[in-house]
Design a binder for this molecule. Structure first.
Ligand SMILES: NC(=O)c1ccc[n+]([C@@H]2O[C@H](COP(=O)([O-])OP(=O)(O)OC[C@H]3O[C@@H](n4cnc5c(N)ncnc54)[C@H](OP(=O)(O)O)[C@@H]3O)[C@@H](O)[C@H]2O)c1
Length: 506
């Protein structure tokens, strides 16, 4: 793999949670693999006054705590590449020091003006920082490329995302803006393309003729932790569905791209989003279920409910669980329902996409399986990344009894290969100017446009219930009703214990 061009990597919010837990450890992984530029520096910023040396100590501590690299022997060399300046990103005047600080690092390193700005700050600062950078000439590419990485959330509905987009594009080019969705950096998400388009056995079946329905679940066992204030303004739909789950849908449902270049892949994902059947306001209650976890004992420990969490309104209607049923109105998927759900305080942490294939036209044998004879291809995104195929086999003995068995591939079987962390892959790509795994503005806006009726209806119509579900369960039972066939339900539910031991712990 090639080394990126020499540049300075600037982190706004360098002392924040994301910087310490994800960005710095990802940079360290690239460092130990010798995948950072020949000559580079990281310039972190924050409002407090901290010396370079004190900040370098924070970098060492962050790598020590959060890096999954076994080799920690190079932490000091790595930390030495960091500089720190105090700068309040909400104040334009504070940016006047930035061109000088960058110029002095560049002259020290003998490098050109290539600069990557990572906006690891609360979202209300995105347009301020982009404006302040531009006012100080730091969007100008005459002396080298300038790129920005923007974190989620990218707006909080269609209107605000459109406004944010227009504002950024006033001073920056689309090719300079990297909107991060860290799910796209996961190996297993990229592997969806390889599974589909490099295997003769799957792609011929990957359409309405053979697929009965598609389920995507992303469950978290944690609650909102210390992020109650942020989550109150977001909720599961904005926090998980608009970005990660719709991105996964795009990878599962897209047409084969003409090449693996950025534009063809992003064009195909956009087409999926543009084909999502709009959800009518009057249908929201029927096809979109929201829930909120309530206090319960989980594995012997009392877990408080969402409304009892810190910085959460005791009468909050913010959803910690969302489930949707929708259709993709195109030639490939016409009539195939897609079910997606996500939630906090569910029994375990798991993200997977499940393709349910149609049953055989006639059932000759007696079926004895939890899925009524629907073969399933399960793409496990996390944890224990891999692919599982479930199909019917004869139960030994008299008669012809059929039971689902598993053909299971675990990514960890690539024993000699290390699975890169999502941020590591994405940072490396951005440094190399590859935006394939970043979200283009038209994709983000199409995703918001699709969800907007649900968001507006949920927040404006308080008659639509927010179903409570005890912490440690698979969400409100009402969500099970989205799947209408009596013999089918979500792969994991409280009623339907999945065969790999993930069940309600109450
Ligand atoms: N943390 C995560 O796991 C995670 C996951 C996905 C996306 N994100 C997104 O990534 C971004 C950063 O997340 P984070 O959790 O690191 O956020 P954070 O810790 O709340 O904030 C990051 C830094 O921003 C600066 N900041 C905060 N409020 C400010 C204000 N009013 N004016 C100026 N500076 C301010 C602070 O730096 P100083 O106090 O040093 O000035 C803070 O350390 C957010 O947009 C978040 O939505 C975070």
């Amino acid at each position: 793999m090639k080394k990126p061009e020499n540049h300075i990597f600037v982190i706004f919010g360098g002392r924040g949670d994301l910087a310490k837990r994800k960005i710095v450890p990802a940079l360290y992984s690239l460092f130990v693999q010798d995948l950072l530029p020949e000559r580079y520096a990281v310039l972190a910023t924050g409002r407090s006054k901290v010396t370079d040396v004190a900040y370098q100590d924070e970098v060492k501590a962050a790598v020590d705590s959060f890096s999954e690299e076994k080799d920690k022997s190079r932490i000091k060399d790595f930390a030495d590449t960091f500089r720190y300046i105090d700068l309040d990103p909400s104040i334009n005047e504070a940016f006047s020091q930035l061109p000088t600080a960058l110029a002095s690092i560049r002259s020290l390193l003998g490098i050109s003006g290539n600069t990557l700005f990572y906006f690891s700050v609360p979202p209300d600062l995105y347009t301020k920082i982009s404006d302040h950078l531009a006012l100080n000439g730091l969007n100008n590419e005459s002396d080298g490329w300038k790129r920005m990485i923007i974190e989620k959330p990218y707006g909080h509905d269609f209107e605000s995302a459109t406004a944010l987009n227009s504002k950024l594009l006033e001073k920056w080019g689309e090719n300079q803006i990297y909107r991060i969705d860290h799910y796209l950096g996961k190996e297993t998400v990229q592997n969806i393309l390889v599974t589909r388009f490099s295997n003769g056995i799957f792609e011929p079946l990957w359409n309405r003729n053979y697929v009965h329905h598609v389920e995507i679940t992303s469950a978290e066992s944690l609650g909102v932790e210390r992020r109650g204030a942020y989550y109150e303004g977001a909720g599961a739909l904005r926090d998980m569905v608009q970005n990660h789950l719709l991105s996964l849908t795009g990878f599962v449902a897209m047409e084969p791209p003409s090449s693996l270049d950025s534009t063809p892949i992003r064009n195909e994902i956009l087409k999926v989003f543009q084909s999502l059947r709009p959800i009518q306001t009057e249908d929201v209650q029927r096809v979109a279920i929201r829930g909120q976890y309530t206090g319960a004992h989980v594995r012997g420990e009392w877990i408080r409910g969402y409304r009892e969490e810190e910085h959460v309104d005791p009468s909050s209607i913010t959803e910690t669980f969302a489930a949707l049923k929708f259709y993709i109105d195109n030639w490939r998927w016409g009539g195939v329902p897609f079910y997606i759900r996500t939630g906090k305080r569910l029994p375990t942490r798991v993200t997977e996409a499940v393709i349910y294939f149609k049953q055989t036209p006639h059932t000759t044998f007696s079926q004895n399986s939890e899925s009524g004879g629907y073969n399933q291809l399960i793409i496990r995104i996390q944890p224990d990344e891999g692919i599982l195929l479930k199909f019917g086999m004869k139960v030994p003995g008299t008669g012809f009894n059929v039971r689902n068995v598993n053909m299971d591939f675990h990514y960890s079987d690539f024993a000699s290969e290390r699975i890169p962390m999502a941020y590591e892959r994405l940072l490396y790509d951005c440094m190399n100017g590859d935006n394939t795994l970043y979200t283009r503005s038209d994709e983000v806006l199409a995703a918001w446009r699709f969800l907007d009726p649900v968001i507006k209806t949920w927040y404006n119509n308080h008659d639509i219930p927010v179903y409570g579900y005890p912490a440690g369960t698979w969400g409100p039972e009402k969500a099970d009703e989205l799947i209408e066939e009596p013999e089918l339900t979500w792969r994991y539910t409280c009623k339907n214990l999945a065969d790999d031991g993930v069940y309600c712990e109450l």
